[in-house]
Design a protein around this ligand. Structure first.
Ligand SMILES: Cc1ncc(COP(=O)(O)O)c(C=O)c1O
Length: 377
């Protein structure tokens, strides 16, 4: 069945170049910046209720996602995850992303990206990963019937390596961190072909992740005052910020926006440092070290977009103590009953600090993203 999607094209996030959605594209050919999908959105207040009445996957938002035909969607039932009221903190909600098919929010981005890669003719798929993105790509590649190559740092937990291989992906372990794995993917593609699905090096992972922003409105009936987002490459942060803009054009919200906070470990905090120093981009973090593997991203290609969203939202960026992250994650598991990984633990530490110092008031509604399950063992 053909989807009544709003007309869409690709637009460079830096220059004014636009491109039809017709062929596989990575970065803007003019300036190397990320491409984003731009929809020609008409005010549609009625669509909000219609969407809510559909089956509970992120594809219920199909007018705002890039697939043209329902039959081409590669899905494992991702999205529409629980938004749980915290048992321990007033005015705090936990977005439990472990309930996605590969136990992290990476499922959302890969569902959209693999759908589009397949539709536009990719014969094989590749990406570097800090862990969960590789697992998600492996699963969605299997679902799409496309071979997958994943490169990841040598010290990535064995459970993630096994998960990717379990879905049939070819896994290569490389010395260094995710940026080194990214170089290996580029080399692999140059030699063997395949489409590169690195974070923000293709336009559609953001589209899948942005639906988290729509779900917040669906669940709360309004947007929260504050979002705490454990940040690596920043796809979800950038995506949700984009979603809020789309929601305003749809006539679903006004100009109000949540304050967005990026949370990183003090063992790898390039976005926090750049935010605090007033920079527009985030220079590489030397010797990144954190057991919150999803946050071990020393340099992000979406740095400019992230920093702009944090500032435009009047939010901020905070580095938490690496030594306390695992204990905080365990606290979420044992006192809230959710399958929380260390990235969520980092967000909990940020909540405590930001509330204690008065940056977040107790009467402000906070959504804490628990971005993935306890998968690293
Ligand atoms: C569980 C988890 N949380 C957070 C992140 C960071 O996500 P993003 O790249 O959207 O900043 C990752 C990325 O690997 C992750 O796996």
């Amino acid at each position: 069945m053909t989807t009544r999607r709003f007309p869409a094209q690709l637009a460079c996030s830096r220059c004014d170049a636009t491109f039809p959605i017709r062929e596989l594209m990575n970065l803007c050919p003019h300036d190397g910046a990320p491409l984003l999908v731009r929809y020609d959105i008409a005010k549609s207040p009625e669509l909000r209720d219609e969407i809510r009445s559909r089956p509970a996957t992120m594809w219920r938002y199909r007018e705002l996602l890039p697939a043209d035909d329902e039959s081409e969607i590669v899905t494992l039932g991702e999205g529409i995850t629980p938004l749980l009221q915290s048992k321990n903190f007033d005015n705090v909600w936990l977005k439990d992303e472990s309930k996605n098919p590969t136990r992290s929010f990476k499922s959302r981005g890969m569902a959209a990206a693999v759908t589009m890669a397949k539709r536009l003719g990719a014969r094989s798929l590749a990406a570097p990963t800090a862990g969960n993105a590789g697992a998600a790509l492996s699963a969605y590649g299997a679902r799409a019937g496309l071979p997958v190559f994943v490169a990841m740092p040598r010290d990535t937990p064995q459970s993630i390596v096994d998960e990717c291989r379990g879905y049939g992906a070819q896994v290569e372990l490389v010395a260094g961190v995710i940026t080194d794995a990214g170089k290996r993917v580029a080399q692999y593609i140059a030699e063997n072909g395949g489409f590169d699905l690195s974070t923000l090096k293709e336009p559609y992972r953001v589209e899948g992740k942005k639906i988290m922003g729509y779900e917040l409105l669906e669940d709360l009936g309004r947007l929260p005052d504050v979002i705490l987002y454990p940040t690596g490459g920043g796809t979800g942060l950038i995506g949700m910020w984009k979603a809020f803009n789309e929601m305003e054009r749809l006539g679903w919200i006004g100009s109000e926006r949540p304050r967005m906070f990026s949370v990183q470990s003090n063992g790898c905090a390039p976005v926090v440092r750049a935010f605090n120093e007033g920079l527009e981009t985030a220079p590489e973090w030397e010797s990144p070290q954190t057991g919150a593997w999803g946050l071990r991203v020393p340099r992000a290609i979406g740095d400019r977009l992230m920093l702009r969203a944090l500032r435009d939202s009047h939010g901020g960026a905070i580095a938490v103590d690496e030594a306390q992250i695992e204990t905080a994650a365990a606290e979420l598991r044992t006192s809230e009953g959710i399958d929380a990984g260390p990235e969520a633990g980092a967000a909990l530490l940020a909540l405590r600090t930001l509330r204690a110092e008065g940056t977040i008031r107790n009467d402000e509604a906070v959504v804490l993203f628990s971005t993935g399950g306890n998968k690293y063992h």
